[in-house]
Design a protein around this ligand. Structure first.
Ligand code: PXG
Length: 445
């Protein structure tokens, strides 16, 4: 379809060609919501309204929008080195970002493989785990274990270990040899927990049952989010990750933390691994690595895993994997400027300092009508409402819609709203978000 009259303005005159991801296309196109610019904590909509961003875009804009140092870094790099081949060549910038990530990551999580998204990071991590065991002469370790309600992106590997049914059911049996641990969501035991819930560490023991069923010699890796984000903000119960770590150690199973959301300050520490004091063997990253400005992901592995790959003939490619845009120069410029900003402005520290205020503010909504749970950790929060009967609009979706009308962006997912503001937020802006949600929810009688 060629149409010379089409031009690019704030209000496109054709919404049809773009097949939007993870969106009810027809509903959206009947009532579009477009964002045309952004600065710091705010977006501007196509109809010129300001929106306070309570979601950091999609959990990624941790440093705030359109920050000057990041803009400068990306634009000057674009004029200097647009692209460098990623295989057999590179740019100095990719090495610099890798060193910076290694310096930030805990323990000996020191070797960094670049991807372009969280989905690619998940698939890369799973492939590394399988190949690692094979290189060690344990090629029978081919099973992968995820968790119910887990989200590791939408490529085939991440989807296979993920546990969100709507994403899985349309596309066949997925990877063979995959099992799932039970999820940790439990309203009866854990409703209105502040931070990590007290009940649920024993759910990690299900891994022992899977070992008993399949034998450890068939299991390569376990992948979990230290805080399930997409499923509705479910921080790991107290002691749960420690138990997973112990069981993995006992049986030679690699432990992968998907830190695509929890990385880069979201929980008030560099990574959830640091916050919870549990070191995985492999960590997947994306989103906050560039504060959402240029697509970039990474997989960080412990030294021993990298060295296992380095044990073959020196002229051979050690791991036949990678992407055209792995370590893209523009993404590297964005990542370095972002990491500098995080450090220079104490952005993770701001998140840690504000987390108790955020927690108290969210939990002040407890007695409002139809609220069945409030969950939080770091600068992440969720409010869950009673389900609506007879096919009416779910209250999370309704809250999103009404908050948008009132100039606040929260994420509505069925019965739940999710919030994860940029980490440069202040107390007044927290009041604005929570006050707006309160005013809406007061009307739910
Ligand atoms: N792992 C985790 C833990 C994620 O949250 C991905 C992997 C995939 O990342 P990419 O970059 O391939 O999208 C994610 C992505 C939401 C929502 O609010 C969550 C994500 C993406 C979009 C929306 O539920 N997480």
């Amino acid at each position: 379809m060629a149409d010379a009259s089409l031009n690019s303005t704030a209000l496109p005159n054709d919404l049809e060609s773009f097949w939007m991801p993870m969106t009810p296309n027809r509903k959206f196109k009947a009532d579009p919501r477009l964002l045309v610019s952004a600065k710091d904590m705010h977006y501007v909509t196509h109809d010129g309204r300001s929106l306070l961003d309570g979601t950091a875009g999609m959990w990624c804009v941790n440093a705030g929008h359109c920050r000057e140092p990041i803009i400068k870094a990306i634009s000057s790099r674009a004029g200097e080195l647009d692209y460098a081949p990623a295989f057999n060549m590179s740019s100095p910038y990719a090495f610099e970002v890798a060193s910076r990530i290694a310096a930030l990551a805990p323990a000996d999580l020191d070797r960094v493989f670049f991807t372009n998204s969280g989905s690619e990071s998940a698939d890369t991590a799973l492939k590394i785990a399988l190949a690692y065991h094979r290189l060690k002469g344990e090629g029978s370790r081919q099973r992968l274990i995820g968790r119910q309600l887990g989200y590791h992106g939408l490529n085939f590997g991440g989807l296979s270990v993920g546990g969100i049914v709507a994403n899985r059911k349309m596309v066949g049996p997925l990877l063979p040899g995959v099992d799932h641990l039970p999820h940790t969501f439990n309203l009866e035991k854990n409703a209105f927990s502040r931070g990590q819930p007290g009940w649920g560490a024993e759910l990690a023991d299900e891994l022992e049952n899977l070992v008993a069923l399949h034998d450890a010699s068939t299991i390569a890796a376990v992948i979990v989010e230290p805080m399930a984000g997409s499923a509705g903000v479910l921080p790991a119960p107290k002691g749960y990750l420690q138990r997973l770590r112990e069981i993995c150690d006992r049986h030679g199973i690699l432990l992968i933390f998907d830190e695509v959301i929890t990385g880069f300050g979201r929980l008030g520490a560099s990574f959830a691994a640091e916050k919870f004091g549990v070191i995985p063997d492999i960590m997947t990253l994306a989103k906050g690595l560039t504060s959402g400005t240029v697509p970039m992901g990474a997989v960080v592995v412990r030294e021993g895993i990298y060295q296992t790959f380095m044990s073959g003939p020196e002229e051979a490619i050690e791991f036949c994997h990678g992407y055209t845009y792995s370590g893209h120069p523009l993404a590297c410029a964005a990542a370095i400027a972002t990491l500098d900003l995080y450090r220079d402005e104490g952005i993770f520290e701001n998140a840690a300092e504000l987390a108790p205020y955020w927690e108290d503010s969210l939990h002040s909504l407890k007695d409002l009508p139809r609220v069945v749970d409030i969950r939080n950790i770091g600068l992440v929060g969720a409010v869950q409402f009673e389900p609506v009967q007879n096919g009416g609009e779910a209250l999370g979706t309704r809250t999103f819609r009404e908050a948008y009308e009132r100039g606040i962006l929260v994420r509505g997912k069925g019965d739940t709203i999710l919030m994860s503001p940029p980490l440069i937020i202040d107390k007044r802006q927290i009041d604005e978000i929570v006050g707006t949600v309160e005013a809406i929810v007061e009307g739910f009688n």
